[in-house]
Design a protein around this ligand. Structure first.
Ligand code: ADP
Length: 302
């Protein structure tokens, strides 16, 4: 089983002929509402990739919260440890999308911002059955650090997807088994733009010097750069016709956690995650785009 510590939002998406300028009101076309937040997206990807997933997070006491819970339980995620915050609202993301695909996003974190160390401690029993813990940075850093500590106390690998990225304290990095930045997050964390093999190597070394055990830098259609103290290698992406690459990283992280929980070696787990993320970019949507375990397995067998 996998425990995911993270954010849940309701995404409200309007397509419009152009993005509004400051002060402008634009009459948009279609409106869609769906469950998002990196935590929820990664948990759904993990559940669809075949794992038992428990989610630790917070929602508000409102209709959006109920909708979010429904999206997670629909794929079999254990939502019993999600806190309902009577003083805040469920996180929302207000998204405008132009025909070019360009977007404009405003997030109000709401209850996500109040996930506390106490919430994390209280969820400790969920880790008792788990093999992997996974977190991102859309919840308070104090909660992420507590989750990392709890995972270490239980002897469970802790995967940190540093998104959105900012400078991280060394004590968190020391408790991180695998860190999974994309290229821009890598640059924010290390100050090194990972645009060549030697830059990738340097960035990974820098993160490991701060205590991280394994570094996975995701490189979009080029695949994933993987480094540990023993070796560095590029694990190539699966070539596909991409339609919508948003959320590729979320599918990658969820699937990577599943494969590690299954006992695969990290390189094999990355291949599994590359396959899952490749399938997801051929489809639109986020939760709907995440592939099922059987689909990932047949893609790997090709
Ligand atoms: P993010 O979505 O966080 O920006 P990336 O763009 O690095 O992350 O993508 C994460 C992973 O998704 C990559 O490591 C790769 O395995 C897969 N991926 C992303 N884009 C493509 C693509 N066009 N073709 C195949 N695989 C892709």
């Amino acid at each position: 089983a996998i425990v995911v510590y993270g954010s849940i939002n309701i995404d409200m998406i309007v397509e419009a002929a152009h993005l509004p300028r400051p002060g402008e009101t634009v009459l948009g076309n279609d409106f869609r509402m769906s469950c998002g937040g990196k935590g929820a997206n990664q948990a759904v990807a993990a559940a669809k990739a075949g794992a038992d997933v428990a989610f630790i997070g917070r929602i508000g006491q409102d209709g959006f919260g109920g909708r979010a819970l429904e999206s997670l339980s629909k794929v079999g995620i254990d939502t019993s440890r999600i806190g309902i915050d009577p003083t805040s609202h469920t996180g929302v993301a207000l998204i405008s999308v132009a025909p070019s695909g360009e977007n404009q996003i405003t997030v109000s974190s709401g209850a996500n911002a109040f996930l506390s160390k106490t919430d994390i401690r209280r969820s400790a029993p969920a880790l008792a059955q788990a093999r992997i813990a996974l977190a991102q940075l859309e919840i308070p850093l104090s909660a992420v650090c507590e989750a990392a500590m709890l995972a270490a106390e239980n002897g469970i690998p802790f995967i940190l997807n540093p998104a959105p990225a900012f400078a991280l304290p060394r004590d968190l990095l020391e408790l991180t088994s695998f860190i999974t930045p994309n290229e821009s997050e890598c640059e924010i964390l290390t100050g090194i733009r990972p645009d060549s093999k030697s830059a990738l190597g340097k960035a990974a070394e820098q993160l490991m010097a701060q205590g991280v055990k394994g570094v996975l830098i995701t490189l979009g259609k080029r695949g994933t750069y993987f480094a540990t103290a023993e070796r560095h290698l590029l694990i190539e992406a699966f070539p596909v016709q991409a339609r919508d690459t948003t959320g590729a990283g979320d599918t990658f992280n969820g699937a990577f956690a599943v494969a590690l929980a299954d006992g695969l070696a990290p390189e094999e787990a990355i291949r599994f995650a590359n396959a899952a993320a490749a399938l997801s970019v051929t489809r639109t949507g986020t939760h709907d785009a995440a592939p099922l375990r059987s689909e990932i397995q047949s893609h790997l067998a090709k």
